[in-house]
Design a protein around this ligand. Structure first.
Ligand SMILES: Nc1ncnc2c1ncn2[C@@H]1O[C@H](COP(=O)(O)OP(=O)(O)OP(=O)(O)O)[C@@H](O)[C@H]1O
Length: 280
């Protein structure tokens, strides 16, 4: 259930009218994946079923190699499921689409373009007229707080700034779903904390559906409406935690720390003898 107010400002006489959220629901139905390896097949995912509401922020945590990225790629339509179906807004996913955008740890930006050129890229591809393109590009550059850096080239930007360019570029094409694969994994702790605040405010302003993969349980609890815990490969869902902490959340909040500890215990239990990766 959406707990945030709509982004669109309505005149007072229409304030009781609910505005359709920008995000769409996702339904993952009995999705499994086995890769045909050279020597032997790799079973990455056992049948996984999950329903995500429009505008929900859902984090996936699990041990390395349990199939989180595989599931994200299947939702993105970049990989096909061996069995089962992903439904995006009640339509089966049969390939990539502009309604779903995948973002990675290393922001895949064009080094020969400046910030403006990168953010504008998808709009250019879509054939938007120059004036509309320019105003939308500026809107999203402002949204990720890169105003003043429009003409900077990627190699002059910090890791956090690059991720913000990637987020702005993704938002510019107005997808309904952001699929984020450890987007802040390569950032230093301070930048990461700032990115949590920024991402949360972007999410709350745009009402996208977000699926966010991370190794970091604290990060998952800081951001997610839900935290879904996966078992070691072949990945299955072990637990689906609803995080009811008020927003904005602080990493120092003892309730967040307690919730993270509970999830970490479930993760450790699922992993058995295996060592838990990042937990900070
Ligand atoms: N294209 C592929 N061909 C064969 N095996 C693959 C392929 N892609 C992934 N795998 C294997 O599938 C399993 C799941 O990989 P995946 O990257 O989805 O896990 P993950 O949970 O995202 O891992 P990590 O947290 O380390 O990124 C791994 O054993 C991986 O080696």
């Amino acid at each position: 259930m959406l707990r945030r107010s709509p982004v669109i400002e309505l005149p007072s006489q229409f304030q009781s009218v609910s505005v359709e959220p920008n995000g769409i629901p996702l339904k993952i139905e009995q999705v499994s994946k086995t890769y045909a390896g050279r020597a032997q097949a790799v079973e990455a995912l056992r049948p996984v079923s999950l329903e995500i509401e429009a505008g929900e922020f859902v984090c996936f945590v699990g041990p390395s190699g349990c199939g989180k990225s595989t599931l994200l790629s299947i939702i993105a339509g970049l990989e096909s499921a061996s069995n089962g179906t992903v439904w995006a807004s009640n339509k089966p996913v049969q390939g990539p689409g502009t309604d779903r955008v995948l973002l990675f740890q290393e922001a895949a930006l064009f080094p020969w373009l400046d910030v403006r050129g990168n953010v504008e890229f998808g709009l250019r591809q879509a054939g938007l007229p120059a004036k509309r393109r320019a105003s939308l590009t500026q809107k999203f550059i402002d949204m990720v707080h890169l105003t003043g850096f429009e003409k900077s080239y990627i190699h002059h930007l910090s890791g956090g700034m690059r991720q913000r360019v990637a987020i702005a570029r993704a938002l510019a094409i107005n997808p309904a779903v952001l699929l984020m694969d450890e987007p802040f994994g390569a950032l230093d702790a301070l930048t990461r904390d700032r990115m949590y605040v920024e991402l949360e405010s972007i999410w709350s302003a745009t009402q996208k559906t977000i699926v966010f993969v991370t190794h970091n349980v604290h990060e998952a609890v800081a951001l997610g409406d839900r935290v879904v815990v996966f078992s070691p490969r072949p990945g299955t869902i072990v637990r689906d935690f609803r995080i009811d902490l008020p927003r904005p959340r602080s990493l120092e909040d003892h309730r967040l720390v307690d919730q993270a500890a509970e999830i970490l215990a479930v993760l450790k239990d699922a992993m058995g003898e295996q060592e838990v990766v990042h937990n900070g």
